[in-house]
Structure formats: structure tokens, C-alpha cells
Design a protein around this ligand. Structure first.
Ligand code: FES
Length: 110
């Protein structure tokens, strides 16, 4: 089973072994990471926003139109932003690194 690396807003790495077919929003939440996932994975909220490591971004299946529309509303959007709920883990994703975006409230205390 592939290992996915989540880097939280504080910069701490969390290596998580993931079953094929699970999505990154669900997996992250199950492991206590601060991913809201308000719409429960139907690409209707953008609160599962993750920033994919540069080296990995082009290797993932591309975002569809619904995901792109929702991403436009995400706070702290970057060139390699994706919705975690729309990324289903495959064997080829072993070692994938994704970052949780910093939240506004965290930035206020930096
Ligand atoms: S959980 Fe709502 S868009 Fe991913």
C-alpha cells in the first residue's frame, strides 16, 4: 500500500499508509489532520484544499471542471492546489507529498 506524506500547517510531516482508492481528504481526517471536508467529498466546498508538492503535481490525474471551479474559491490558492477529496490514491502515488494550506487564523499569530 502506498505511503502519502501530509505536511501540516506547522510544517510537521505525517507519513500515512493508505489503501488504494481512498481519497486524500478522508485519509487526512482519519489521521487527525485539520482538513474540514465540509461537503463530504462531492467537490462542492473547497475546504479540503491541499497543495501538492511541485514534483508530484504533473504526475496526478488532472482536476476536472467541477474541481477547478471550486478551487477558484479556495483560500491561499497556489499553482499546485487540488481538492483532497478528488484525489483517489493509486499505487503510483507512493511517496506523494501534500501540504495543508496555512489558515488565516494561524497567520495572524506568526
Ligand atoms: S470535501 Fe468539499 S470539496 Fe472536497
Amino acid at each position: 500500500m502506498p505511503t502519502i506524506v501530509f505536511v501540516d500547517a506547522a510544517g510537521t510531516r505525517h507519513e500515512v499508509v493508505v489503501k488504494i482508492g481512498e481519497n486524500l481528504m478522508t485519509v487526512g481526517r482519519e489521521h487527525g489532520l485539520d482538513i474540514e471536508g465540509a461537503c463530504e467529498g462531492v467537490a462542492a466546498c473547497s475546504t479540503c484544499h491541499l497543495v501538492v508538492d511541485d514534483d508530484w503535481f504533473a504526475r496526478l490525474p488532472p482536476a476536472d471542471e467541477d474541481e477547478q471551479d471550486m478551487l477558484d474559491l479556495a483560500m491561499g490558492l497556489t499553482r499546485t492546489s487540488r481538492l483532497g477529496c478528488q484525489i483517489e490514491v493509486s499505487e503510483e502515488m507512493d511517496g506523494l507529498v501534500v501540504r495543508l494550506p496555512r489558515e488565516i487564523r494561524n497567520m495572524m499569530f506568526d
